[in-house]
Design a protein around this ligand. Sequence first.
Ligand SMILES: [Zn+2]
Length: 340
Amino acid sequence: MAESPVRCTIDLDAPGKQVGALHVPRSSNTAGWASTVVPIVTVRGGDGPTALVVGGVHGDEPEGQVAALGLAREVTPEEVPGRLIIVPCASMDAARAFTRLWPSGANLNRSFPGSPDGSPDEQLAHFFSTVLFPLADVVVDIHSGGRSGMHLPWAEMHWVEDPGQRRRMVAAMYAWNTDWCAVYIDIAGTGLLVGEAERQGKVVASAELGGGGHVTAALHRLAASGLRNVLRHEGVLAGEVATRASLGLPEQRLLMATELENYLLAPESGIWEALVDLGDRVEVGDPVGRLLFLERPDREPELVRASTAGIVCTIRAIAPTTQGDCVAVVAREADRSELD
Ligand SMILES: [Zn+2]
């Protein structure tokens, strides 16, 4: 495959802390010859394991961007027996616009493994896939529901086939120390960053830390502490690993959202009104929300009912809804032994 057109301004193997950028070729009406500049930070204290930490794959998810910026600012090489590679915000123009997608309409999280000859998002994805992932033992990708959705804050994983990789991913998921953990499937296409990292055999530690366009101080604290604890657990950061027990907290509750029926889609377009809240328990047939019709005050709302029994773990955060939008996710609560 052709070499990446993305240029990295720092030596990713250099010791100490390096602050640089990835330059993704850009050509616009106002700048014919230009780059989209994606900051990258490395912190290397030795030859131990490498973690790649990525925030801002989606521009309207500031939780991971803030946590990754804090990590990049605060961590010193003395705290890192191996190497940290941090991309605090992968989708810079989307973050500036506070939108999920790039201004071009590209979803970086559908662009993997990418292509050196493709659109700028595919070029950046290709750089991650061919340069950054091969350097990493662990890939941390921090998300939330963005402006359009609210998730119970959870650490998450795909059910990968390799038992050894899966065991390490389960342990990394628990290391976030979130109240909730979730196993999920992709219902809206392929090309995810985590999917390519998993395919390359990496330990992927991902999380969905809230959403709805607002980040509480508690969620920022959770993102910062969870990220550091995962890195300690993986031996990338020095220091004692905290457990739920050592924090005086009960065991995590495990959610399985691995069936299509867990994901409730709007049967038609309208204004969304939630009838349940995150964390509520529902039975099959219970109403979780309804669609109203601004142009039809005479019309009864269209109820959306749970197809499965379980915990409401995702709720649509904005009212205007298009047919086929996911309005809620009801996940099955599972025993942790299912992941053994
Ligand atoms: Zn996201």
